[in-house]
Design a protein around this ligand. Structure first.
Ligand SMILES: Cc1ncc(COP(=O)(O)O)c(C=O)c1O
Length: 380
């Protein structure tokens, strides 16, 4: 352990955990210092401290007591699943613990040893872990490269089940998956498509149904995965799809079967947050307006913001050392912005990942941008 940690330190890949207390105004207290929070996934600034009205009794329940398949399935869980499926426009919805648990449980349930997975090279680590657990053959295609994906699909062995899996919005890049084209390809080659909406759920479409819904692709994506831990500001995850998929996963997804159900208190908080997120049209629009301005300012100042098209804006710096230095200086000046290094991102593309919140004020963002540009230039 000593040796490995030493090697991580030498490669500037050592990580540690810092106490952080998010504030309702888009700031955070980090190690006792107040900072503008440009590193949170609570994009809409949701405050989930309270249970849903009328469901207060559930808030007493912090322990479900058993797996959902034993005695842990609180009626609130069933109710949320039914109502959320209607909201998503799918036949059914299945609640699981976290997004990580969904990905590591669902992928191995769908494909196995003699099957093929096609995965965007920048997909989230939880997808990669699900792929490893499935033991299926994995073909990673370059980021959003549809030609390469098609070439790989053509070469898949006859008889193998084929699963294409992609983030909808790439968490460290802010780029958006070409969902329409992926749907065409999966139809042409008889594959299933799984889309991870962790960073688009709550933010796209009329009431936050997500990117798939906003593109009117609901009936064409077999497996829609999403989390309640980001824009919804709570915890938990879901798989939306047809009733057969739900029945199948209930019997096959090990991360559903062999873990304790979500606490009723958490489900109650998810329920309340979801009701509120539906109505937050203004916050959704404000988030994208602020992100566009932020991205434009960084680009005009000559910085590389990668393929960002949304509320996640990376400042790609290259070396781990540079990313750590910029992050440290930003924190000294009161901006919480974390250095993202390999293996989270490819070697040589270390960056600061900025994520915007609808609740950031224009003045605070202006203040932050001036500092980011100055520090980026000093270190660049
Ligand atoms: C694309 C993606 N999928 C899944 C997850 C995991 O979700 P959760 O935090 O709910 O475990 C994340 C979060 O980091 C993510 O970015």
């Amino acid at each position: 352990m000593h040796k490995e940690l030493e090697s991580l330190r030498e490669r500037q890949q050592f990580r540690s955990i810092t106490d952080s207390e998010p504030q309702p105004d888009g700031w955070v207290i980090r190690s006792g210092q107040r900072m503008l929070n440009l590193a949170s996934n609570q994009y809409l600034g949701m405050d989930c401290a309270w249970a849903a009205p009328g469901l207060e009794t559930a808030s007493a329940g912090m322990g479900a007591g058993a797996s959902r398949l034993v005695t842990g399935n609180h009626p609130l869980c069933t109710r949320l699943e039914q109502e959320f499926a209607r909201f998503k426009g799918t036949e059914s919805c299945l609640l699981l613990s976290s997004g990580y648990m969904a990905n590591i449980g669902v992928i191995p349930a769908l494909v196995g040893r003699s099957d093929c997975i096609f995965s965007d090279r920048l997909n989230h680590a939880s997808i990669m872990d699900g792929i490893v657990l499935s033991r299926a053959e994995c073909r990673r295609y370059p980021h959003r490269d549809l030609d390469r994906l098609e070439a790989q699909l053509k070469k898949a062995p006859a008889g193998a089940r084929k699963l294409i899996v992609t983030d909808s919005i790439f968490s460290m890049d802010g780029s958006i998956a070409p969902l329409r084209e992926l749907v065409e390809l999966k139809d042409r080659y008889g594959a299933m498509l799984m889309v991870d909406e962790a960073h688009s759920g709550g933010l796209y479409s009329e009431e936050g149904q997500g990117l798939i819904h906003s593109l009117r692709l609901t009936d064409r994506v077999e497996i829609q995965m999403g989390t309640f831990s980001k824009a919804y500001g709570a915890y938990g995850s879901y798989i939306a799809g047809d009733a057969l998929l739900k029945e199948y996963l209930t019997n096959k997804a090990r991360s559903l079967i062999f873990t304790t159900a979500l606490p009723p208190a958490v489900i109650s908080a998810v329920y309340r947050s979801w009701q509120s997120v539906k109505g937050h049209r203004v916050r959704r629009a404000e988030l994208q307006r602020k992100a566009a301005l932020f991205r434009q300012r960084l680009q005009e100042a000559g910085f590389d913001t990668g393929g960002s098209e949304c509320h996640i804006v990376p400042l790609v710096l290259g070396s781990n050392e540079k990313a750590l230095k910029v992050s440290e200086k930003l924190q000294q000046e009161g901006i919480a912005a974390v250095a993202i290094r390999p293996p989270t991102v490819p070697e040589g593309t270390a960056r600061i990942r900025f994520s915007l919140m609808a609740t950031h004020s224009d003045e605070d963002l202006q203040w932050a941008m001036e500092r980011i540009i100055r520090i980026g230039r000093e270190e660049g």
